[in-house]
Design a binder for this molecule. Structure first.
Ligand code: MN
Length: 205
């Protein structure tokens, strides 16, 4: 079974003005499609064709760079589209499991925001910033290079990602050029906390 490029859960222009239509169109239709096609080519005819993307990534060091880069690219962007919404922004509901866990891990929301923005801003070159859950259900912020992610056995800090931000230049350059911090700030206006909460609940079940 080949992996399939997921449809966006909203229109290409839905996240404007925070993320522009042209960036979304190229990012989903070219970049994400490219990772998907190259992942399928890399696993064609191998037993990885029968595995879930999560299972592949958890033992990614057993496979070549094509699986690491394109498998990561496939998974990361699939998560990224879902954790954004035109109705997003604000803060997680403090009465939810996620809201309580956020308070426990970071204190005030602004502290989380500062830590996440720092992880996104200081990731040199291309990569991702993440909010993750560890094995004890505790939240932490981390970042990874290239298309790596915290599910991978090669990650410095391992956990289940529930929120991710793409900080490759292809994610923001058309609108924000070199101003990555402005893009990171804008991202907070579109975060779909309901979806992040669902992922937190699934990861801690
Ligand atoms: Mn990307």
């Amino acid at each position: 079974m080949a992996f399939k490029l997921p449809d966006l859960p909203y229109d290409y222009d839905a996240l404007q003005p925070h993320i522009d239509k042209r960036t979304m169109k190229i990012h989903h239709g070219k970049h994400h499609a490219g990772y998907t096609n190259k992942l399928n080519a890399a696993i064609a005819g191998t037993d990885l064709e029968k595995k879930s993307i999560e299972d592949i990534l958890k033992k990614v060091s057993n496979h070549g760079n094509a699986v690491r880069n394109n498998g990561g690219g496939f998974y990361n962007h699939s998560l990224f589209w879902k954790v954004m919404s035109p109705d997003g922004g604000g803060e997680p509901n403090p009465r939810t499991k996620l809201g309580k866990a956020m308070k426990d891990a970071f204190g005030e929301f602004e502290k989380f925001k500062a830590e996440f923005a720092k992880a996104a801003g200081t990731r040199f070159g291309s990569g991702w910033a993440w909010l993750c859950v560890n094995r004890r259900g505790k939240l932490f912020v981390t970042s990874t290079p290239n298309q790596d992610n915290p599910l991978m056995d090669v990650a410095d800090k391992k956990g289940t990602p529930i929120l991710g931000l793409d900080v490759w230049e292809h994610a923001y350059y058309l609108k924000y050029q070199n101003k990555r911090p402005d893009y990171v700030e804008a991202f907070f206006n579109v975060i779909n906390w309901d979806e992040v909460g669902k992922r937190y609940n699934a990861a801690t079940k």
